[in-house]
Design a protein around this ligand. Sequence first.
Ligand code: AMP
Ligand code: DBH
Length: 551
Amino acid sequence: MTIPFTPWPAELIERYIENGYWIDEPLTDIVARHCADPVSASRTALICQQRQFSYAELNRLSDALAHHLHAQGFQAGDTAVVQLPNVAEFYIVFLALLKVGIVPVNALFNHKQLELRAYVKQVQPSLMVVSERHQLFKNESFVSELNAETPTIRNWLVEGDARFGTSLTEILMAQQKARGAEMADFTSTPATEVAFFQLSGGSTGTPKLIPRTHNDYYYSVRASAEICQLDTDTVYLCALPAPHNFSLSSPGAFGVFYAGGTVVLATDPSAMSCFPLIHKHRVTMTALVPPAVTLWLQAASDFQNYLTSLNVLQVGGARLSESLAKQITPVLGCQLQQVFGMAEGLVNYTRFDDDSWHVFNTQGRPICKDDEIKIVDEQGNEVPDGIAGALLTRGPYTFRGYFNSPAHNVSAFDTDGFYRSGDIVKRTTTGYLIVVGRDKDQINRGGEKIAAEEIENQLLVHEAVTNAALVAMPDTVMGEKSCAFVTTTDPALKAITLRKHLRAQGVAEYKLPDRIEFVAHLPMTPVGKVDKQQLRQTIQQTLIIKKEKDV
Ligand code: AMP
Ligand code: DBH
C-alpha cells in the first residue's frame, strides 16, 4: 500500500532523474550511509541535553523501533501522527517510521486539539506518537476522544512517563537488548513514493498536508547541504521546532546528518537556551526566524565570547529587515544567510560568496537550475525583472498537489503545474528574489503562519459572533501580529471571552488574535467579499493614533 499523491509529469521525472536530482534512495539513507565505515559511524550525530548519539546508535535505535513496529503488524502505507518536542526521539521515531514505510505527519509541539484533530481526520492514522510533556497528554481524556473518533488508531507510543499507550523509552531499551543479528524483513516505501507529510502554513479553513516523496525531499537536503558547505565539522543548533521544513531540510538536521556533522537540540530559540549550548558544543551554524534574531541581538552583550564558534546564522520564515540584517555580523560575529523557503518545496538561499547588497536585501536564489519561477501580474502575465508579482514555481522538489484536496488544488496550481506560493516577489536581474508581500489570506506572525479562515471559522462558532475577519497588523518585533474584526449580537461581548472560547476550541496559542476589535459591520468590496485591505488600513491607523497618544 502506498499513499496517493499528485505525480510529476513523465517528461519532468525523466529530466529530474537524468540531471541527478532523483537518485532512488530512501530518506533513511541520510543516516544509514554513514554506518558502513566504522570511523563515520562513530561520529556524534546528535546531542540532546546530556545524551549523545553516534550515527551507529541513531541507526541502531531507529532499527530497534522499526523492528518493534513491524512485529506489531505496522506496515508500508500505514500513517502516523507524531507530536514530539525537540528531543532525540523525534529523529529516532521519524527514521523508524520511514524504515517501515509508515508515513508520518509531524505536528508542531505547540499544536493543540484543533490542529491534531485535523491531521488525524485527514490521514486516519494507525499509530499516534506523543509526549507526556504536552499538556494534552498529561491525562487520557483527549486520547479517549481521539480513539473514539478514529477507529484506525491501533497504538499510542508515549515519550516520557506513559500513563496510557506504550512507553517509547521502554521499547527502545527492550528492543536494543533483545535484538540479535536478525535481518530486517521490512523496507521503506519506494523512493518514488510519499515518505511523509509536511505541514502547510495554509490559508484555508483546515490545514492542508503536503505529500513529500523520498526522491524530492532527499534532493533538497543534499543540494542544501552542498550550498551551505556542510561537512563532518559542522555543528548545527536546532533551535526552531524540529519538524519545521527550515530546521529539518534547509539544510537543517537532515542536511547535517547527510554531511556527517552534529545536530545539537535546543528546547526553544531564546538566547538563554541557545547561547550556553553554542558555547558548550562549539556550534558553527544555526537557523532562526527574525523575532528571535532581535532577541539574540539584544542579549549578545551579556554573553561576551559565547558565540565565537558560530560561523553562519541563517534567517528565514518571515521577511528580515535590512536594518536587522546589517547588525548580525557586527553584533553576533557571524555571517548571515537569508533563506526563503516553503514546506511545499522551493527554497532560496543567499550564497556565502554573495556581495553584501544581495545578503542584506534579497531572500536568495533558488537551489536548482531546474527550479522554474514565474512572477505574474493580476492577469497572469509574466512581469519583467524588478516588478513585483505573484510567485509561482515548479521543480524537482516542489510538490504537485495537497493531499486529498482536488478542489483546492485546482486553484493552488496553474494549468502548467506551477504552485501558486501566495508570495509577492520581485526578481533582480541577477536572479535573486525579494519578498515584498503576500496575496494569500495568511498572517505571518514572526515565521509562524496563521490561516485567517481557520480562526474566522472558530470565532464564528461562538453564538454571539455574526461575522469575523482576521488580518495582519504591523509589529516591530514579530513583523506582523493578528487582529480580529468581529461583529456581534451581544454588545457586552469581551475580547477575553472570545480568546477563552478559542482556547476551548483547542486552537494553538500562537493563532489567538493579538487584538480583537468589535465593529458594527465589516466593510465589503464591490464583489461582496470582506474588504481586508481596508481593515488592515483601519488597524494601522488605530495603532498610529494610539502611538501618538502614548508619547
Ligand atoms: P509554509 O507554507 O508554512 O512553509 O510557509 C512558507 C511561507 O513563509 C512562504 O511562502 C513565505 O510566505 C514565508 N517565508 C518563508 N521564508 C521567508 C523569508 N525569508 N522572507 C519572507 N517570507 C518568508
Ligand atoms: O517558512 C518556511 O516554511 C521556510 C523557511 C525557510 C521553509 O519551509 C524553509 C526555509 O525550508
